[in-house]
Design a protein around this ligand. Structure first.
Ligand SMILES: CC(C)(COP(=O)(O)OP(=O)(O)OC[C@H]1O[C@@H](n2cnc3c(N)ncnc32)[C@H](O)[C@@H]1OP(=O)(O)O)[C@@H](O)C(=O)NCCC(=O)NCCS
Length: 144
């Protein structure tokens, strides 16, 4: 701590490895329009990753992962806060996500449950919403 975000490429093999280890989607990484970030600690060691896909004033938060050895120390909360700030700085007013296992974590970060059908067209058309995340995934939204 504190944590910093460093832009990274969707082709970063360590990003794909971290997502795969956590069971998060990787199939669309190469074609993803999201901007991905590497979260580093105050020694510039990698603690995790996240991506944000911007569609006007709507945004999709995806690929939020903290490396297993670094979990439970507040890095995830800091990472989400930094991603929300980045989305806000780029004009987003709502941030959407789908999650299978981390809904309580995101609720602590200010996300509220939403119906998947409430997502605007641009978010519903993202590969995570349209193809990759199962219908059982929880949809959540954060107003900025
Ligand atoms: C979910 C994840 C990002 C949380 O990261 P983390 O660094 O361990 O979380 P933090 O230490 O910042 O925890 C923040 C708070 O959320 C709680 N929390 C963390 N993970 C939680 C979970 N899965 N369910 C419920 N609460 C959780 C913590 O207890 C903590 O509570 P506090 O504010 O009372 O102290 C991490 O566990 C992870 O990478 N999981 C695998 C990938 C994943 O599921 N990503 C989300 C889907 S996009």
């Amino acid at each position: 701590m504190p944590e910093h975000l460093v832009p990274t490429s969707h082709s970063d093999p360590a990003l794909a490895a971290a997502l795969a280890e956590a069971g998060l989607p990787t199939a669309d990484l190469a074609a993803s329009p999201a901007q991905f970030f590497r979260a580093v600690d105050d020694r510039f060691e990698t603690v995790g990753y996240a991506g944000i896909e911007l569609h006007g004033d709507e945004a999709l938060l995806r690929s939020v992962v903290i490396l297993p050895a670094r979990r439970g120390r507040g890095f995830g909360a800091d990472l989400v806060a930094a991603m929300l700030a980045a989305a806000r700085n780029h004009g987003a007013r709502r941030v959407w996500l789908l999650t299978e296992g981390a809904a309580p974590f995101f609720a602590r970060q200010g996300f509220a449950p939403a119906e998947r059908e409430q997502a605007p067209r641009a978010i519903a058309a993202t590969s995570e919403f349209a193809r990759l995340c199962p219908a059982s995934a929880a949809c959540m939204v954060h107003l900025l």
